[in-house]
Design a protein around this ligand. Sequence first.
Ligand code: ZN
Length: 243
Amino acid sequence: MRYAIIADIHANLAAFRAVLEDINKKGGVDEFWCLGDTVDYGPDPRECLEILQRLHPVGVAGNHDLAAAGKMDTSQFSPDAAISARWTADNISLEEIEYLESLPLTLEREGFTLVHGSPFDPVWEYVVSTGIAERNFSFFRTGYCLVGHSHIAEAFKREESRTTAIALTPNIGLVLGAGRMIINPGAVGQPRDGNPDASYAIYDTEAKMLRLHRVPYDIEATQERILRAGLPVTLATRLKEGR
Ligand code: ZN
C-alpha cells in the first residue's frame, strides 16, 4: 500500500494541485492521510475542501480548521491569522463547516497516529525540538506518529531511550524500522523552512519507506488571489520566502 501524507494545505489551491499532479506522476496512492489545517491563510478554502473531500482522506482537524468552523477562540492567533480566520469563516459553506467539525483531533491508522500538533496537545503544540518530541513519545501507542502544524519537514526517532532529530531530504527514503518516530511531512500550502516548494510525503508499506517530496508551484497565482481577496499582504509575501 502507498499512502500520501499531506498537511497544512492552507487554502493554497495552486500548491495543492501541484502536489496532486506530482502524486499522480509517481503512480498514485491507495489512500490520502491529511494532518489538518486545510483552510486559512490562503485564498481558496472552498476549492481545497472540495478537492480534499473527493479524495476521501483519513484526516484530523488542525487549529485553523477549528477556528474556521467557529469551534475555537482566535485570541491566541497572530493579527494576520485572526483576520484570515474571520475571512475564511465568512467564505465557506455550512456543509464545509460541518465537514471540518466532524474531523477528529487524533486517529490511528496502520500503525501510525495522526495528529495536527502533537500527541500531547493535538491542537496547539509544535513538535520542533528533540525535547518536545521526547516528551510526546509517551502520549501515543503506535510505533509512528505523523504531525503537521510547524510547516517544517523533519523526523524525531526514539531508540535505546534516546531521541534524535533526523533531517528529511527530498527523494531520499526514510526507513521505518525498529525505532519509534514522530514525522512531519512539511506544509503543502505554506512551507516555513526557507524552501517555498510545496512539501508532502509518500509512505510505501512494502518498502517500509517514507519519502519526502518538494514540488514547485505557481506562487504568483496564489499571491495574486490572496491580494484580490483582501487578505493581509504578508500572507502573500511569505509564500515566496518559504517563511
Ligand atoms: Zn498550519
